[in-house]
Design a protein around this ligand. Structure first.
Ligand code: C5P
Length: 236
């Protein structure tokens, strides 16, 4: 899969999403559909956006017993999204079950499956005191990425700053899909560790996820074009 910019559609309903996507005319960016929109509108919103020709990362972060996740992935498979995710915290057996659920009768799999390692909202303090993980955050993230790779997943969601070490440990073909990206000199919002599209590219991110710097821009199409030009360089 070619590198690209994924726009996070953190919007509450169909009307706001469709008026946003209409602005792109014939252009068909990658978009990320998360829990907010999916739970409000159901799977039909995914079908509609796919029918309109957009590439879709369905960010539902599944985590449950293996049998339930296998069934959930089987239910989601017909949507034919490009990328879907789960929590590596659910452990290897659950991740293998998810791969099975996404695999069709002929043994093929249309949808890439990636794992969230540890949420970036988790502090070192919470990791140790509440989640009882007595290792530095970075080590835990890398270990979770290796578990995901071992279970047959295609990549992880991580910070661009973690892309080099994850590619080093899990292989260059293991996808790193990276949020926390901001234009130079732009608003950070609530993101703490931020990287520019150009820096994310230099660090080897396969996809960058950008929400508010594009959705909140006065001209979202121009912001998306700028993000692509900076991230893809001459290949935009
Ligand atoms: O608006 P912004 O660019 O911060 O949006 C980033 C998107 O990536 C949001 O949808 C957010 O939920 C998601 N995300 C993140 N950090 C993670 C995982 C997902 O910001 N570690």
């Amino acid at each position: 899969m070619a590198k690209d910019v994924i726009i996070a559609l953190d919007m509450p309903n169909r009307a706001s999403v469709m008026s946003f996507l209409d602005r792109f005319g014939g252009e068909k960016p990658w978009v990320k559909i998360g829990m907010e929109l999916f739970y409000a509108e159901g799977p039909e919103i995914v079908r509609e956006i796919k029918r309109r020709g957009f590439h879709i990362f369905l960010d539902l972060k599944l985590c449950d017993i293996p049998n339930t996740v296998r069934g959930a992935m089987r239910s989601l498979r017909p949507l034919g999204v490009d990328i879907i995710n789960l929590h590596a915290f659910g452990a290897a057996e659950m991740m293998r079950a998810a791969v099975e659920g996404l695999t069709d009768e002929d043994g093929g799999r249309e949808t890439k499956l990636i794992a969230v390692t540890i949420l970036t909202s988790t502090s070192e303090e919470a990791l140790r005191r509440e989640m009882l993980i007595d290792r530095p955050m970075a080590d835990a993230c890398i270990a979770y990425a290796e578990n995901a790779k071992g279970a047959g997943l295609d990549g992880v969601v991580c910070s661009p700053l973690e892309s080099p070490v994850i590619h080093g440990r899990c292989g260059e073909g293991f996808l790193t899909v990276t949020p926390g990206v901001r234009f130079a000199g732009g608003e950070r919002g609530d993101q703490v560790r931020v990287t520019t599209p150009e820096k994310a590219s230099a660090l080897g991110s396969d996809y960058i996820v950008m929400g508010r710097p594009i959705t909140g821009a006065a001209d979202p199409v121009a912001a998306w074009e700028r993000a692509r030009a900076e991230f893809l360089g001459g290949n935009a």
